[in-house]
Design a protein. Structure first.
Length: 118
């Protein structure tokens, strides 16, 4: 899924799922792959991958290894490997990433700093 030009692989193992009818207040912390189709007010801090579905909405800062974003984020994003903003993504905040892919149609309002080195 990450580090290539392939389309998103829905077969990735999901460790945590925030469903579309769920609202989480506070910061979500953990390991593994997290998929958000609902709303989080408070941010995410994970040692793993984040998948934000088209209906997903996050208000708060995000830290993850990789992030695949199809929904909306209002906050700063730090991704150690790759951030992919799909054509439906809306991100308002600053980025600190190693690699970034922004599809045509995605909305990004903020600053981007690329992490260099190993």
């Amino acid at each position: 899924m990450f580090g290539s030009n392939k389309k998103f692989d829905n077969g990735e193992k999901i460790d945590t799922l925030i469903g579309k009818n769920t609202v989480l207040e506070g910061t979500l912390s953990g390991e593994g792959t997290v998929r958000v189709d609902g709303k989080i007010n408070g941010g995410i801090n994970i040692t793993g991958n984040l998948i934000l579905g088209e209906e997903g909405f996050i208000v708060g800062n995000i830290k993850a290894e990789n992030a695949f974003v199809a929904g909306t984020i209002e906050g700063n994003v730090t991704v150690n490997v790759q951030l992919h903003l799909t054509h439906t993504a809306k991100l308002t905040g600053d980025l600190l990433v190693k690699n970034v892919v922004i599809d045509e149609g995605a909305v990004f309002n903020g600053n981007c700093k690329i992490i260099t080195g190993t």
